[in-house]
Structures are given as structure tokens and as C-alpha cells.
Design a protein around this ligand. Structure first.
Ligand code: PMP
Length: 433
């Protein structure tokens, strides 16, 4: 038995089993170093909020407090402000989602909606089907409800419908039926790919024919660089899909307002779960967004964001193209924040990270986007949403140098086996957003 006094945390034996996946990794410690200004961070998924009309927003907030302060600073409804829910219908019109304001539940970011859906549907041991790779903090949610995550392979168009069908059949053969199919069809985090309309129809058909609820996560749908907005899967199926949206990428992540669109019965449960979690989403943040939508040209601002991110995506892709050593491949995102990189054979993205940080560039190693042991060793995520284009170019130059050295080392000494850095689904950090 370990003597009590040497323990860092005296409560270590008291935690619920569902916290077992909530462990801070060494990768997280490295990100503390990576947040120094001299490091180019291609790790974080932070939206470039400086592109917002901050003066106009300040006026909106001042006027809100002056004119409707008593409402904005009060508790609100567990389902969310009704005017905002009506406005959300307009925000979803470009992705083709038609609903009634009653079908919407406003939450503290779409992260909270994700948590509530899993809370409402999943018992410990329930299977959830997800893309390979998938959003790291979704994995955190699945882990905290003790779900079993089964990855479905992707191709250049996202989740493969044939592989999804096979995975469900294989599970059913073992007497198990998955509870949810979790997918990010547009401008995927982290893979940077998008399901075409045919693929969406196929994925939906698998969900329909197997009777499994589809959880469609769509934070980036309006951020396509050619201006085309992919049609949401929810636009073609209301009863079998829960759709998640957010203002984090189109207005401000710091306001923490997202939403779920859900079939009637599910929506009732989500509202009750929302109330037990937070009583109500922040009224102040909701009314701020509501006033912004009512008084500002919000869609013009979305176009500004698209331009900002398109320029950064181009800077990333051009420098990857001209600088990366042979054997390195990457996805070409048509929107969103991320490109997914596969390293030359024999290289390990987790082992390489300390050397990259020493060379003043940071990325997120691929293993964090898979259930533990399920893959990602040779992969990594680069995000281009936050640094200026010149910094992105400099970051890629540094990273290419690190990869080149790794390739030479691997050729001379075999695969590098330096200091293992544990990764995996971890407690979320902004770097893993
Ligand atoms: N889903 C995905 C795929 C994301 O990338 C993010 C944020 N990075 C979220 C959900 C959560 O976003 P928020 O809670 O800010 O709405």
C-alpha cells in the first residue's frame, strides 16, 4: 500500500468510475509551453474573434444592459430564450434545417448539447459509433458516460457508409446495438474533410434502416471557403437526427451559446437535463447574441470569417506543398479550421511533439482523436484558424525541419523511441477545442 502522505491527491480513491478517462496528459503540459509567444501554435482550435466588429458588439452589450438589463441579468427558461430560438431558425436556413422554435434547446455551447444528448441516451457500456478520427472532446464526453467507442473508417468524403453498415452488423452479431452514430459531416474536426450529398444520403440511409439515432455535429457548416453551404443531414430527416449548432465559430466562442434541434420527446428530455446541469443557459449571453443578430449584418460577418480562414488555409497548404518532406500527406479542407497530416512511415507524432515544441512549433498528436489504442500514432492535426498567415508559414517551415530530422534519424537508427508522451482523450483544453 502506498503511504497516504506521498499521494498528490488524497481523494484519488473516491472518484466515480466515470472519471477514469478524465486524466490530464503530458501533452497538456507541453501545451503550457506551446502557449509562449515564440511558439507558433498550429494546435489550438481558437476562432479568430479579433475579426469581429468589437465596437459594434460593445454598443450592443451596453444598450442591452441599459434597456433590458433586468431581463438579461435574470434567470431564464431551461429551453432557452424564445426570440433567440426563432432567430436560430434563420441561422440554420442556409444549411436547410427547417424546424419549429419549440424543437430547439439552447445550451452552453454545442459541447453542452453533446454532453446532454449522451447523458440522455447512454448507459455505461453502450456503444457509440464515431469517425476515425473524431473530435477530441466528444471522446471526452463518451468516456465520461462510460460508453464504448467504435471508430468507423473515413475516406476523402468522411465517414464511410459501407464501413458504418459493416460495423453495425458486426456489433449486432455480438448482440449489441449502438445507441448513437456521431458524425461531423461538414469541414470535419480534425480530419478537414466534408461529406458530399451522396455520402450524407448513404449515412442517413444506414441510420434509418438500422433505427440508430444520428447525432449530427455542425459547428463549421457556414464556414465553407467557396461560399457553398453543405446541406445538413437533419434537413432531410427530422425524426432520426439530433442536430447540434453553435455561435462559437460564427460569432463568439466566449459567449458559450450553442443549441440542439431534436425530435419532440428527445427535446423534452434535453430541456430537463439542461435544467439539472445549468438551470438555464446564460440569459445575458443569449440576449447579447439575439441583439447582435437583430442589429448587425451577421451573415456579412460570416463572410469576413470565411475570408480570414480561407487566406490562412491557403498559407498552410502552400507551405505544406513547398516544404514538407516526401511521404508526408495532408487533407485539403474546403472550410473550417483543420488539416489532418499523415507522417512518413515510421514516425510517431506523439514522440515527435517535444522536439517540435523545442523547435518552436506545436500541433496536436493524432492519438488524442481516437479511443485509447485505436490509432493516430502517425497522424497529427494542424489548425490554421488563429495564427496570422506569415506565422503559419513560419510554423510549417519549423515543422518540416523537425519531420526531416525525424526521417533522417529513423533511417539511421530505426524508428525514434524517445520520451513517450502519453496522449488520449483528456480533460478538454482550449488547445484541443
Ligand atoms: N463539436 C466540434 C466538432 C467542435 O470542433 C467544437 C469546438 N471546437 C464543438 C463541438 C464545441 O463547440 P462549442 O461548445 O464552442 O459550441
Amino acid at each position: 500500500m502506498e503511504p497516504q502522505g506521498t499521494r498528490l491527491d488524497p481523494w484519488i480513491d473516491a472518484y466515480a468510475q466515470r472519471t477514469q478517462g478524465l486524466t490530464a496528459s503530458q501533452v497538456r503540459a507541453l501545451f503550457a509551453v506551446a502557449s509562449r509567444p515564440e511558439v507558433v501554435s498550429l494546435a489550438g482550435g481558437m476562432p479568430y474573434v479579433s475579426a469581429l466588429p468589437l465596437d459594434a458588439l460593445a454598443d450592443t452589450v451596453a444598450q442591452l444592459v441599459r434597456d433590458r438589463g433586468a431581463q438579461a441579468l435574470q434567470y431564464g427558461s431551461g429551453q432557452g430564450d424564445v426570440t433567440l430560438r426563432e432567430q436560430i431558425l434563420d441561422v440554420m436556413a442556409p444549411v436547410g434545417v427547417r424546424a419549429h422554435p419549440d424543437d430547439i434547446v439552447v445550451t452552453a455551447g454545442s459541447q453542452m448539447a453533446l454532453d446532454l444528448v449522451v447523458r440522455v441516451f447512454c448507459d455505461p457500456g453502450d456503444v457509440v459509433l464515431v469517425e476515425a478520427p473524431t473530435y477530441v472532446t466528444a471522446l471526452g464526453v463518451f468516456s465520461s458516460y462510460q460508453c464504448q467507442v467504435v471508430h468507423v473508417p473515413m475516406d476523402g468524403e468522411g465517414m464511410r457508409a459501407d464501413a458504418l453498415r459493416e460495423a453495425i452488423a458486426a456489433l449486432r452479431a455480438q448482440g449489441r446495438t449502438p445507441k448513437l452514430i456521431y458524425t461531423i459531416p461538414s469541414f470535419h474536426n480534425p480530419a478537414g474533410v466534408t461529406q458530399g450529398s451522396q455520402r450524407r444520403a448513404e449515412v442517413l440511409e444506414v441510420a434509418r434502416s438500422t433505427g440508430i439515432l444520428l447525432l449530427e455535429d455542425d459547428p463549421y457548416g457556414l464556414l465553407g471557403f467557396d461560399g457553398e453551404v453543405p446541406r445538413a443531414i437533419r434537413a432531410d430527416e427530422a425524426d432520426g437526427v439530433v442536430y447540434l449548432g453553435t455561435f462559437s465559430k460564427t460569432i463568439a466562442a466566449g459567449l458559450r451559446i450553442g443549441w440542439a434541434v431534436a425530435p419532440h420527446g428527445v427535446r423534452e428530455k434535453l430541456v430537463l437535463a439542461n435544467e439539472t446541469a445549468t438551470l438555464c443557459p446564460s440569459n445575458f449571453a443569449q440576449l447579447t447574441i439575439s441583439s447582435y443578430l437583430a442589429t448587425q449584418p451577421w451573415f456579412e460577418q460570416v463572410k469576413v470569417f470565411r475570408e480570414v480562414y480561407r487566406e490562412r488555409r491557403d498559407a498552410l497548404l502552400e507551405s505544406l506543398e513547398s516544404l514538407m518532406p516526401p511521404g508526408t500527406t495532408w487533407t485539403v479542407p474546403a472550410g473550417g479550421f483543420y488539416s489532418w497530416v499523415t507522417l512518413p512511415a515510421g514516425l510517431d507524432a506523439t514522440a515527435m511533439l517535444p522536439r517540435a515544441v523545442a523547435a518552436l512549433v506545436a500541433y496536436v498528436p493524432g492519438t488524442g482523436f481516437y479511443a485509447p489504442g485505436a490509432g493516430g500514432e502517425h497522424e497529427l492535426r494542424l489548425s490554421y484558424c488563429y495564427p496570422e498567415p506569415d506565422r503559419i508559414r513560419e510554423g510549417v517551415r519549423r515543422l518540416a525541419g523537425v519531420i526531416e530530422t525525424e526521417v533522417e534519424l529513423a533511417a539511421t537508427f530505426g524508428s525514434p523511441t524517445s520520451a513517450p508522451v502519453r496522449s488520449g482523450p483528456t480533460a478538454p483544453t482550449p488547445d484541443l477545442a
